[in-house]
Design a protein around this ligand. Structure first.
Ligand SMILES: Nc1nc2c(ncn2[C@@H]2O[C@H](COP(=O)(O)OP(=O)(O)OP(=O)(O)O)[C@@H](O)[C@H]2O)c(=O)[nH]1
Ligand SMILES: [Mg+2]
Length: 206
């Protein structure tokens, strides 16, 4: 008992980092790099739900995002500070005001949506890919709602969204996903982090 008290007293005195070093013969883990991302997509595409699941929060009772919301999403080798912009009609016209400072873009679409909504999503994605503040950034495009029978396949989405001609020369990842398939989602985020790191290294070299 007294040994226990003495030990905890010692921990307080020498500091937690020194103690960690002494016990494990190495320093604390290096700080993870942080990246600022913007997440866009029509209302109902699943932005908040997917980000909540990545943060180990329950995606139930998610409500439509009014304005924007920011989440720090932790990964093993980086922390992504993701600013989600609400996708309702009356909010989308303000999206571009919130692009500044972004280092990457996440675009979420509902692969099972109506033709009209899919066309609106395509127009929004094209505007984002061509926007001066986003056009040079890595894009992660999530073809969500793949669990639904009406979902378009990833090849159909790629063709419909004309990604090959439009995004040629850009860094982008197209990932089919759903709320039930977190492995696919995490894999695509780790590819996005690789692209963000590459861009970081290029900036240092220049
Ligand atoms: N079946 C199915 N439902 C999903 C999926 N992803 C999201 N949803 C549902 O879609 C609805 C809308 O999801 P949100 O996460 O609020 O969508 P959002 O893109 O954040 O919408 P806004 O904030 O309004 O822009 C919720 O009821 C989710 O449960 C999916 O992959 N499959
Ligand atoms: Mg939302």
């Amino acid at each position: 008992m007294s040994e226990c008290i003495q030990t905890s007293f010692a921990v307080c005195r020498i500091g937690i980092h020194t103690c960690f070093r002494a016990l494990c013969c190495k320093g604390p883990p290096p700080a993870r790099p942080e990246y600022d991302l913007v997440c866009i997509g029509l209302t109902g595409s699943g932005k908040t739900s997917l980000l909540s699941k990545l943060c180990s929060e329950s995606p139930e009772n998610v409500v439509s995002t009014t304005g924007f919301s920011i989440k720090a999403v932790p990964f093993q080798n980086a922390i992504l500070n993701v600013k989600e912009l609400g996708g309702a009609d009356n909010i989308r016209k303000y999206w571009s005001r919130y692009y500044q400072g972004s280092q990457g873009v996440i675009f979420v679409l509902d692969s099972a949506s109506s033709e009209d909504d899919l066309e609106t999503a395509r127009n929004e994605l094209h505007s984002a890919l061509q926007h001066p503040q986003l056009c040079t950034l890595p894009f992660l495009i999530l073809a969500n709602h793949q669990d639904k029978p009406a979902a378009r396949s990833v090849q159909e989405v790629k063709k419909y969204f004309e990604l090959e001609p439009l995004a040629r020369g850009k860094r982008w990842i197209l990932q089919p996903c759903s709320l039930d398939d977190m492995d696919a989602l995490k894999e695509s985020f780790s590819q996005l982090i690789n692209l963000l790191e590459e861009k970081d290294h290029e900036a240092v070299r220049m």
